[in-house]
Design a protein around this ligand. Structure first.
Ligand code: G3P
Ligand code: CA
Length: 265
């Protein structure tokens, strides 16, 4: 006799606030993270880099030029590489004005500033940490342990660097997901199936660019037990398509877009 039919379950993808609510406030500032939390994002994304004196800060780019006034404050320190500056140097910078006058004076936050701020506002939003440079894994793990994020399972890790994820694995509790980010051009030299087979050895999922996200990728990933998160999704039409092909999560600069719920049903 025929097997009983499983009811079809449409699961909504989790919403990850990309660099905070970075469509509304300057990326990777406390203003942006607070807003993301108030918008009830499922996770808040933080890109993490290390300063010259070994402190962990939130910053997407390798240089300070795009999102701070470093060129004005430190005119002789071109090319303004994050790792050439101490935390004290960085704390003198304005990371908000480039986005809008009302954010003037927003500082670059440390990862610990972010944790303290969320705690002080009684916001228990989980963090989706990207390791932007290999070599910072131990420091990141230590800090997250100090604040019980790892023990409580309130973290997902992601990186474009396989070695970062491989280094993390023995340092973290079971059940903390590791997501291998895939670049736009990654599949020029390797087929999706080969790539996913390699990733499945050490990671729990893939972060796909929107341009690669289709049914074939999602099915291939799911068949290997890998979850699929997609970056960066700001358009409601893309959102609807991604829901329909069964992605597990998406990064968006607008975690408040009301279309997010409607699009999935
Ligand atoms: O982490 C997902 C997405 O953020 C990767 O791209 O350049 O925004 O860090 P990027
Ligand atoms: Ca990122």
């Amino acid at each position: 006799s025929a097997a009983p039919q499983q009811p079809s379950v449409t699961r909504e993808p989790i919403i990850i606030a990309h660099r905070g609510a970075s469509g509304h406030a300057p990326e990777h500032t406390l203003a942006s993270y607070r807003l993301a939390a108030r918008m009830h994002a499922d996770y808040i994304e933080v890109d993490v880099r290390m300063t010259k004196d070994g402190k962990l800060i939130a910053m997407h780019d390798a240089t300070l030029a795009r999102t701070t006034n470093a060129e004005t404050v430190y005119p002789r320190r071109s090319p303004w590489q994050v790792g050439d500056f101490s935390l004290a140097d960085l704390k003198r910078l304005d990371a908000g004005s480039w986005f809008g006058k009302r954010f003037a004076g927003e500082p670059i936050p440390t990862l610990e500033d972010i944790i303290h701020t969320l705690k002080s506002e009684r916001i228990d939003a989980p963090l989706y940490i990207e390791l932007k440079q290999p070599g910072i894994e131990k420091s990141v793990v230590q800090l997250l342990q100090k604040h019980y994020y790892l023990q409580r399972g309130r973290i997902i890790f992601q990186s474009f660097h396989p070695e970062s994820l491989q280094t993390l694995r023995p340092l973290i509790p079971n059940g903390i997901p590791l997501i291998q980010l895939i670049g736009e051009r990654e599949t020029a030299r390797i087929s999706p199936n080969e790539l996913l087979e390699q990733v499945a050895v050490y990671a729990d999922g893939v972060g796909l660019p929107l341009s690669l996200a289709n049914q074939e990728w999602v099915d291939a990933a799911h068949s290997r037990g890998l979850i699929v998160h997609v970056y960066t999704v700001n358009n409601p039409h893309d959102l609807a398509r991604l829901c329909s092909i069964g992605v597990d999560g998406l990064f968006t600069d607008y975690p408040d877009r009301p279309a997010r719920i409607a699009a999935c049903h």
